[in-house]
Design a protein around this ligand. Sequence first.
Ligand code: UFG
Length: 340
Amino acid sequence: MAKKILVTGGTGYIGSHTTVELQQAGYEVVIIDNLSNSNASVLDGIEGITGRRPVFVEADVTDRAALRKLFEDNPGIEGIIHFAASKAVGESVEKPILYYRNNLNSLMNLLELMPEFGVKGIVFSSSCTVYGEPDTNPIDETAPIKPATSPYGNTKQICEEIIRDYIHAVKGVKSILLRYFNPVGAHPSALIGELPNGVPNNLVPYITQTAAGIRKELTVFGDDYDTPDGSCIRDFIDVVDLAKAHVVAMQRMLCKDTDAVEVFNLGTGRGVSVLELIDTFEKVNGVKVPHRIGPRREGDIEKIWAEPRKANEVLGWKAVVPVAETLANTWRWQQHLDGK
Ligand code: UFG
């Protein structure tokens, strides 16, 4: 029988792509999402790609009673992938309590209910933000955790600690912590992708909206960093590659005799600068992205890219989509949105 997985935040950007990959790998998916930063129409996109509509529960993971009801109504959930969280760095500085409440309470509700409903493990959506500004690159999982520079980043660090303490105390429950670098792109079908609310904070949706004429111009936040072209360097990982990593992590957690808590960096191992990314986007898609150099953005890391060897060797997973293809997919998705 197909294994049943609960995907929190499953109508969101990474959650929807992961739901597709889980279904294509034969898993049955139950989604919980409060639609605070996504749209129920994403379910049509998922169904369009996989031919199957996941079970969808519109509720907030911080609502313990609703979560309990979900487990009662959907018996046999074996694993959880926990994406649901508030994720805007700037907003977290303005509204720290919202971030701590949403991101910590949701995790604690899930953890507490897991043993009661026989759930064996939880894959947690963490971030390379836990490393802060690295001393050296590429950065591997043994690198020190630096003090968080935003409440958002702090919630990721605290959630990792909560999971470690909980798993230590409660036998028979496991976890895999996945530290994402910069997820970008869209499904090649152009049926699902990123749906930013309002003015995008992140680079790639800003690039696509500028290319589409929705935004007048992109500001590159600083060209005086200590990098070859002066702009910041990131490890941009294709969202479908990232989604596939969740499937292998889930398989490992549920089937293998592994450590109770494991952590993996999910990145390509390649650093690409902001200016290089803009240039590649323009070349691949044959469109212009009007941009100018502006001041640095407060709190930005200068350069960070992953050492993904542990994920490559232990999970048997590797990021394979070339960045040019990712940027072509993301442009197709923008055109799909504009055509609606
Ligand atoms: N950038 C611009 N112009 C923009 C937007 C971004 O130049 O309009 C630059 C940023 O300065 C940065 C790079 O593009 O150098 C990437 O910025 P993003 O906002 O896309 O991504 P970040 O690396 O800042 O943030 C990501 C995740 C966060 C996570 C953070 C940890 O989006 O969730 O990594 O560092 F917390």
